[in-house]
Design a protein around this ligand. Structure first.
Ligand code: GCB
Length: 614
């Protein structure tokens, strides 16, 4: 058969076999508490800057004509081994170097510190299929683009570096030896989300856990359980089964509240409920009370821990369970400042929140993208309120419909994963985006999507100061009309202005809504002590904090703030030798994990704020 005939045959075969598997599959709810086979650990990897394992020498993707019966020797995902001594195969996962999953290749492999491009990951594993069950391959996150293959067959594709995704792989797995190959590509692109330009490290890799869930044929695919805003002590929500089947029974059990209710699904396989709870202990930062919640349908049982609280705004106040709450906050990146890699473990989450608690915060802004699931889960337990956001950061390709679809996809995955977490109170649409009609339309579309997915939380975006009028700083971004909370970043005294003037600044906010100052900060190198006028010294940073705190309450409608940032983080935008060395130094904690002077300035302020003495 000549090459053309072989390709046509293979294309037909590909169309028949594989196309349906490429659609993005619905994210299964609460994989956190389901039994699974972990694929974490050592994976083989091959660096592929020319994408040699993905495209043939005419730059045509192997995916377009790959034939499993005749895999050839070019497509790396086929993971073929030479069968005969004359066989030529120019890649070999078996003898390739190993890399950790979850992990950040930029930190784990010295030669990949600056690498941006394709890396192939491969993992061999033993599998025991359970009769009557479906197998779902789940990734916590892959930065940025992932093509996923099981035993040489493509099972799906995902874009977005910080959100989970899953594919049903039942028919691709077999008893015994199996392998997964993932093409991971962290190339920055102008039309991507985020775009080319950010102020954080583009850590490539399979940065979060990988696992296989085995669920009964019919399982609880999704649910929402929350406290009603309208009716006192009413727990309400929805449940959806994996199949659109009417008349199936689903049971909700909250033993401590003596709630046990059996629902019957409609033709879409869904049901909703509203149940009055007697003697409900509400979740609060002072008492983060969680209830065991169990769903059961057919053979499937899934357990969760859920807190019940309401969150609303009233005029310039944010109300938690109907009472005004002041947000003593801090921003965080998802980076371990001691190891310089992405956070992925429960221990990482504990370390970050331990520092946040030491500062006496009750609120954390998880910047600038969704963090791993340990964060909201642990925040639920510790009583920390959260702001979660998507990487719609600085300049985005506002008129590009695919870019909007991409942003909506990441937004939906974030909301879907965390919508049952009491700690999460704010969904943020964007950070410091330049005002234009195209931007407004883009962000408004995101607001619509968010409200459709979850109308129980508050919406915001980190906006900016829009000039001065008669010596007054204006908070007037037109997007303010569409959010529940007006948030803005300001860097008076760092990117312009003199910090000594801060206490006397005048501010005007265009909308009568609660205001959060979502960033302010100054850089300091840990251990560099000078005087409060010397930039980069700890003394200057501490003075900067004192001055800002002396004037921040002059901002009208202030409901709280989140200074930038808890810990130093890696950034290629920060090359200043001997000071930055590729780290953004605005942390209150250094890259070695040491507290700078400003940490204590903020802590003192928050201690007094909590005690009501400032
Ligand atoms: C900002 C950005 C943040 C940067 C920070 C800075 O306004 O939102 O991502 O890292 O300023 O340090 O300049």
């Amino acid at each position: 058969m000549n090459t053309l005939m072989r390709k046509i045959g293979a294309i037909v075969c590909f169309l028949i076999l594989s196309v349906p598997a490429f659609a993005q599959e619905a994210l299964i709810q609460n994989t956190y508490n389901r039994e699974s086979l972990s694929l974490n650990g050592d994976w083989s990897y091959i660096i592929d800057p020319y994408e040699n394992g993905y495209y043939d020498y005419r730059r045509e993707p192997f995916d377009n004509y790959f034939n499993p019966a005749n895999p050839g020797s070019g497509a790396y995902f086929a993971n073929v081994k030479p069968a005969h001594k004359t066989d030529r195969v120019e890649y070999d996962f078996t003898n390739a170097d190993k890399i950790k999953v979850p992990g950040s290749w930029s930190v784990e492999k010295e030669q990949m510190h600056w690498y941006e491009g394709t890396v192939w990951y491969e993992k061999d594993f033993l599998f025991e299929p359970k009769a009557g069950h479906k197998s779902i391959l789940y990734f916590g996150a892959v930065n940025y683009e992932a093509h996923v293959y099981v035993n040489g067959i493509k099972v799906g594709h995902h874009i977005g570096g910080f959100t989970p995704f899953n594919f049903e792989v039942t028919k691709h797995l077999k008893k015994g030896n199996n392998f997964v190959v993932v093409k991971v590509d962290n190339t920055r692109k102008k039309d991507a989300v985020p775009t080319i330009n950010t102020d954080w490290w583009n850590h490539g890799g399979i940065t979060r856990e990988v696992k296989i869930l085995q669920v009964p044929e019919l399982y609880v695919a999704d649910y929402t359980v929350q406290l009603s805003k309208e009716q006192a002590n009413v727990i309400e929500g929805t449940v959806a089964l994996s199949e659109q089947k009417a008349g199936e029974l689903v049971t909700l059990n909250i033993p401590e509240l003596k709630i046990k209710k059996t629902l019957t699904t409609d033709a879409e396989g869904k049901a909703s409920f509203a149940i009055k709870a007697k003697k409900l202990t509400k979740w609060h930062v002072d008492k983060p009370y969680l209830y065991d919640v169990q769903w059961a349908a057919g053979q499937d049982v899934v357990n969760d821990r859920v807190g019940f609280r309401t969150i609303e705004v009233s005029g310039s106040d944010i109300l938690l369970n109907g009472e005004k709450v002041y947000l003593r906050g801090i921003c965080m990146h998802e980076e371990n400042p001691i190891e310089g890699r992405r956070n992925y473990s429960l221990e990482d989450a504990r370390m970050m929140f331990q520092w946040a608690k030491e500062l006496n915060t009750n609120f954390v802004r998880l910047a600038h993208y969704p963090h791993n699931e340990h964060m909201p889960r642990l925040a639920d337990e510790l009583g920390i309120l959260l702001w979660e956001e998507i990487p719609v950061y600085w300049t985005i390709d506002w008129t590009n419909t695919q870019t909007l679809a991409n942003a909506k996809g990441q937004l939906s995955e974030m909301v879907q994963r965390d919508k049952n977490r009491a700690s999460v109170i704010i969904w943020s649409m964007a950070n410091e985006t330049p005002v234009s009609e195209e931007r407004n339309q883009f962000l408004k579309a995101l607001v619509t999507t968010t409200r459709e997915l979850d109308n129980s939380r508050l919406i915001s975006a980190a906006m900016e100061v829009h000039g001065e009028e008669d010596g007054t700083k204006m908070i007037s971004d037109p997007f303010g009309e569409y959010v529940d909370i007006m948030s803005f970043n300001q860097y008076h005294g760092w990117y312009g202005g003199d910090i000594k003037d801060f206490p006397n600044l005048k501010w005007a906010v265009k909308y009568n809504k609660p205001v959060i100052v979502s960033e302010w900060g100054a850089g300091a190198k840990y251990g560099y002590r000078a005087d409060d006028q010397t930039i980069w010294s700890e003394d200057y940073q501490a003075y900067f904090y004192e001055q800002t705190l002396a004037g921040i309450e002059n901002i009208p409608n202030l409901a709280g703030f989140t200074p930038w940032i808890l810990a130093d983080f890696r950034s290629p935008r920060r090359p200043l030798a001997n000071i930055q060395d590729m780290w953004n130094r605005k942390g209150l904690i250094s890259d070695g994990g040491f507290k700078k002077q400003a940490f204590f300035v903020l802590k003192k302020y928050y201690d007094k704020k909590e005690a009501g003495t400032n």
